[in-house]
Design a protein around this ligand. Structure first.
Ligand code: F6R
Ligand code: ZN
Length: 183
């Protein structure tokens, strides 16, 4: 019999043993400015956890050709008619691409190219998403439970949060009659 290894499970076991997995967290307070409805945002506690990211690079940082593996756990919630979502970014090195894939829960991957065309892909357990270079990416949790997804990206990609923080995406994902719609 071949041993079946569930990557995300062995990843978390690794984390529990403290072997090089970096954990970072973002609170709602750190997401200031990304939601449209400022009144709704101001009524939520700034210290409420929005998401956590576990990331792991099996090489020394900056090793050319190395690949990061990461898992994001995005909590459910809404700010007005928008869902809790990640900050979103282009990569610092514009041409670096990335894979996302759904592990648990429901969500939408929101993508925007350099011409500011925005589109979205449904995320669910087993869904696979290729994010080409030069495409900004952000994930929204459209369900009532934790949305968990895995990611793999080049060690030298880096993150450019500034452009999205300043100009946002050209469309917002909002709930209309109970379903997510790009507006
Ligand atoms: C790495 C990547 C993900 C995100 C994570 C949190 O390139 O895309 O690991 O970093 O899902 O989202 P951000 O970084 O936008 O806060
Ligand atoms: Zn990325």
């Amino acid at each position: 019999h071949k041993k079946i290894v569930i990557p995300s499970l062995s990843f978390f076991q690794n984390e529990l043993k403290g072997e090089g997995v970096v954990k970072s967290r973002r609170t709602l307070g750190e997401l200031a400015g990304i939601f449209e409805n400022q009144d709704a945002y101001s009524q939520l506690p700034l210290d409420q956890l929005a998401y956590e990211v576990y990331s792991y690079l099996p090489e020394r940082e900056g090793t050319p050709g190395g690949l990061y593996f990461g898992i994001t756990q995005l909590y459910p919630g809404k700010v007005g008619d928008e869902y809790f979502m990640t900050k979103g970014h282009f990569h610092q090195q514009e041409d670096r691409s990335e894979y996302y894939w759904g592990l648990e829960g429901e969500g939408m991957l929101i993508l925007m190219d350099r011409e500011r065309n925005t589109w979205a892909e449904r995320m669910m357990p087993g869904s696979l998403h290729y994010i080409p270079g030069g495409v900004a990416h952000r994930v929204a949790n459209t369900g009532n439970s934790v949305l968990s997804f895995a990611a793999c990206w080049p060690s030298d990609a880096g993150h450019n949060y500034e452009e999205i923080a300043n100009k946002g995406f050209s469309a917002r994902l909002v709930e209309v009659n109970g379903t997510p719609k790009l507006r």
